[in-house]
Ligand binder design. Structure first.
Ligand code: SAM
Length: 243
């Protein structure tokens, strides 16, 4: 990894990025779900539904939902009968997730504090690995992809849902304006936190495009890597297989 990494539009030391990302999610945890609806007009729910349809969870298989936060993906995977482990570096996000599970009467999910770069699970432990809107916040992305590959069984599937770059020109301009101007204001109005939401939109700009990220997945050892754009690539689902 290089000496500095991006934290939004700033270049910072790797340790500082990890610490500041931790601060962002500790700050936003209690308003995270309401802000997701506000920022995306509820569309994040459709993207997550589509993501889980692609994962095709099977009854009884073991799935790691990495950077699982407040549980949106895990709840959907569990509803299809999978055994789901929700892992996240941030205890406040996990706490909100556990409370949501209790409110929904959901039992059987495993919640664990983990850094995606250094997982404590043994080799070949999971049938599928999912990460939604998490990877761009990870300091050392190649290390996290290597850990995904290590902890998957042979025949295991990797799926990543993340913001990317839309290739629809007019839409790209409108979205750029919306995200840079309105999202931080929404953060201020709803979550009383403009800076965290400024980081979240800036981090989208700094994340590699679809082709480059697909290459990173291949470099980690995955085969048949694919990138499936949503809304021209505003959001993308990347996937790959461990064989
Ligand atoms: C935008 S939230 C996504 C939460 C959830 N997956 C969803 O789609 O709603 C990003 C999550 O990534 C987590 N995260 C950031 N860096 C991480 C790391 N190195 N290891 C594990 N989780 C991390 C944050 O704590 C946060 O919960």
């Amino acid at each position: 990894m290089s000496d500095t990494v991006s934290f939004g539009f700033e270049e910072v030391a790797p340790d500082e990025k990890t610490r500041r990302v931790g601060g962002v999610f500790s700050n936003v945890a209690s308003n995270y779900d309401v802000m997701n609806d506000a920022m995306s007009g509820g569309m994040h729910r459709l993207w997550k539904d589509r993501f889980v349809r692609l994962v095709k969870p099977r009854e009884g298989e073991d799935i790691l939902d990495m950077a699982g936060g407040t549980g949106d993906i895990a709840f959907r995977l569990q509803a299809k009968g999978a055994n789901v482990t929700v892992a996240d570096i941030n205890p406040e996000m996990l706490e909100v997730g556990m409370q949501r599970a209790v409110k929904r009467g959901l039992d059987g999910l495993v919640w664990t504090e983990q850094n995606a770069e250094t997982l404590t699970f043994p080799d070949r432990h999971f049938d599928a690995y999912t990460i939604a809107f998490g990877i761009r916040n990870v300091t050392d992305i190649p290390a996290a992809l290597a850990e995904a590959h290590r902890t998957l069984r042979y025949g295991g599937r990797f799926f990543c849902l993340e913001f990317s770059t839309t290739l629809w020109p007019g839409f790209a301009d409108v979205y750029d304006w919306y995200s840079m101007n309105l999202v931080p204001k929404l953060g201020k109005a709803i979550a009383k936190d403009e800076d965290s939401y400024r980081y979240l939109v800036e981090s989208i700009r700094r994340f590699p495009g679809m082709a480059q990220f697909k290459g990173m997945i291949e470099d980690a050892g995955f085969v048949q890597a694919k990138a499936e754009p949503i809304l021209g690539g505003l959001v993308a689902i990347h996937s790959g297989w461990k064989i």
